[in-house]
Each structure stands twice: as C-alpha cells, then as structure tokens.
Design a protein around this ligand. Sequence first.
Ligand SMILES: NC(=O)c1ccc[n+]([C@@H]2O[C@H](COP(=O)([O-])OP(=O)(O)OC[C@H]3O[C@@H](n4cnc5c(N)ncnc54)[C@H](O)[C@@H]3O)[C@@H](O)[C@H]2O)c1
Length: 416
Amino acid sequence: MDVVPIAIIGCGGMGRRHLRGLATLQASDFNNVSLAAVCDLQRPNAEDLADEAEQLLGTRPQVCERIADLAAVDGLRGCDITTDAGSHHRVAVQCLEAGLHVQIEKPLSLTIRGCDAIIAAARERGLVLSVAENYRRDPINRLARALLADGAIGTPQFMLEVGIGGGKQIAITPWRHHKLTGTIVTDAGIHNADIMMYYLGDVVTAYGEGRITQPIRYRAAEAGGPGGFYAKWAEDFPEQVEATGEDALFGSLHFASGALGTWIAHRGAIGHSQGQRTVYGSNGSLSSPGDRQGAPLTVYVDGRTITDGAMLDLAPSYRLPPLEAALFGGERVWRYDGPFNEIDWKILAQEYHEFATCVLTGARPEVTGEVGRRTVALVNALFESGLAGRAVTLDEVEAGAVDAYQREIDEHLGLV
Ligand SMILES: NC(=O)c1ccc[n+]([C@@H]2O[C@H](COP(=O)([O-])OP(=O)(O)OC[C@H]3O[C@@H](n4cnc5c(N)ncnc54)[C@H](O)[C@@H]3O)[C@@H](O)[C@H]2O)c1
C-alpha cells in the first residue's frame, strides 16, 4: 500500500497523543502514513518526540526546529499540525505555501480571518486541508447521528449540550486562559460546537455570551492533562495565571432545521459537576454517555428505554468504515470497552488514515476547512453576541460583518 510521509509539527501534549494514534494505525492492516520528521520551536520537545517515535514505530524521524527546515526532508508530502491554537494560521499557511498537504488540530484558527487565510492557501494550491476533529469519530457518536438521521426519535426538536466543572485549576496549559492565545472554551468548546452540528445540522443563529468565572487559575497538584501527556511540562507552569480569556459560554441556538439548542460550557464551576447531551424529538429522546466512554446511548421511544443492541434496529443506515470496524470490533458496534488512552489513539488513527487517503486519492476530507470554520463561527458567535447584546447569525460572523470580539485577536495575530 502507498504511504504518505508526513511531519508532526508541534511536539507538545497533543503531538504526543497523535504519535500514539499513528502507532495504532501502523499496527493495523490499514497503514498509509509514515513519519518522516518532527518539528517544534522547542528543540527538546522535538527530540523527545523523535525518541518516542523510534521506540513506538521502530525508526527515528528527522528533527526540525523550523518549518522552513522541512524542505530538506526527503519525499515529505504532508504535515500534521498540533501546535497551540493561536499559531495555527501561521504554521498552516507556511506549510501549504511549501506545497504540503495539511491535517490540522481543531480549532482551525481562533478567528474567522485566521480560518480564511488557511482555507485560501489550501484552495489556491489544490492541497488537502483536513481538520482533526476527533469527537465525532467516536463510534457512539456515529451511531447517534445515524439514529437521528433514520428518524429513531421522530423529528429532532431540542438539544441540550451541557458540560459543567473545572474549578479553579489551570485547564491543561496556561495558554488556554488567555484570550489572545485561545480560551479553554474555544479550545474545548469547539468539540461541542462540532458535535451539535454533526447531530442536528447547521446552526444559523446564536444568542448568549462568554464569561470569565475564575479570574485566577492555580497550578494543580497533579497537572497531567488528558491521558497524562502534559505532566513533564506541568512543573514549569506558573503557580497561578491571571485569566484574560473566557472559561464559560452560555448560549441559545437556532438550527437550520428549526430545532433549538441550549449550550452550556462552564469550565470554572465549583462543586457539582455535570455533563449532559440529550436530543428530544417528536417521538422520543436520545442521550449520550459522553465522548470516548464506550458506554451505550440511551434511546427512549414508544414508552421503551433502550440501552442495548436493540437500538440498532432503529438505525439501519449505521455502518462503520473498515478501519473503524476493525479497531472497535465490528461494523455496527453500540458499545465498546477499553482504557481512555487506547480509545483516544484509535480515533486519532482514523484521522491519519482518512487524511492520507485524501492525499492519495483526491477524496474530500470529512471535516474540511469550511466545516472547521463553521464551528469557529459558532463559538465566536456567542462571544460576539455577548458584546453586541443581540442574537447574531453565523453567516454574519463568517462574513466578518460582526467581529468586535475577534478583532483584538486578529490584531494580535497580524490578521488585520
Ligand atoms: N482533539 C483533542 O482532543 C485535543 C486535545 C488537546 C489539544 N488539542 C489541540 O491540539 C493543539 C495543541 O495543543 P497542546 O495541548 O498539545 O499544546 P501544547 O502547548 O502542549 O503544545 C504545543 C507545541 O507546539 C509548539 N509550537 C508552537 N508554535 C510552533 C511553531 N510555529 N512551529 C513549531 N512548533 C510550534 C510548542 O513549542 C509546543 O511544543 C491545539 O490546537 C489544541 O486545541 C486537541
């Protein structure tokens, strides 16, 4: 099978997780990616990831400090950008201008102007641009979407998407508490924005606002981040961080279908934490156990509560593609087991596989730049709505007609 040689750019926490995703793909019968290089402005981060790659993949990739150095990597065709969110537009445009296909972590950029720059650079050169949005690739979310599309609960009318918790501790890294480098509710909330539109289709209008609920964030006693992959940097985090970026979003949404949504992403809540993702339809409801859990959905329909394989009868269109089916144990899985990290890596393996397939065949990625930009528009629509004191349409946010919140970031990033 043809393989696409790539470089991982950004060797922090997510770069380390992506490497495990690549190792999972390479251990399968579907591998189509090789790791030619790793790149990070912080050379020790790149060296460490190269060491880990040698252990996990059997060969050591070349180590680069600057993107310009990737030109010297033999046969390189693509890159996987896992740098912090505020750097995405610069890094991606540079890679695309160098003729490299791009897979890039969410959010595509912090602002619409940043997204536009990346999308334009990819279009101009006819290169693949794929946004690594992992939550929707969880088989349980694939099944939920099929159930909704197949009419299992009738016509969807209302979606509740709630995540409340977080307390006062630094959320993964300090940069997630600064408006100019990417707030935690942009960084993590973008997943919810994607899931809501993945389940129910496009959102047209949003009303709400963002808040800083914890102005000071403190270093946690054990700050390992998701999967424990950040522990080696955590001891260098400051004792406390003064937040300039929002840690909570509260919104009312209007979907193009006519359905309504309530979205709460409160990452500074003290005490009772909760998560809820439920869609109510004309004939029933569907609740999700959360992402990368493997627990079954709960479908309530015709007076029955279904939490087992019987729900598959209501989703005739549900079928996972071959790699997903191989990794998760079947084409129509309705639950699965395993530790968080292994589940995480299986999903990241799918992203790599799809990206390389697009490079090799010219197929269109599932999460294109345009899809990624729409989720950036949804998150920013709530920030913009809060400043404007009115509901805003995602179209006016995408068109740049409403940008009071984003302008300061754009100025900082050199985009205006
Ligand atoms: N999908 C998910 O579940 C998930 C989870 C965590 C993070 N992420 C995303 O992954 C990305 C990275 O997040 P992280 O937590 O790993 O950040 P991080 O701060 O741990 O790592 C970022 C790395 O990028 C490097 N870097 C920054 N600018 C660079 C440049 N111009 N060239 C080369 N290297 C550069 C930094 O030196 C650092 O090593 C973000 O977009 C974040 O939103 C996604």
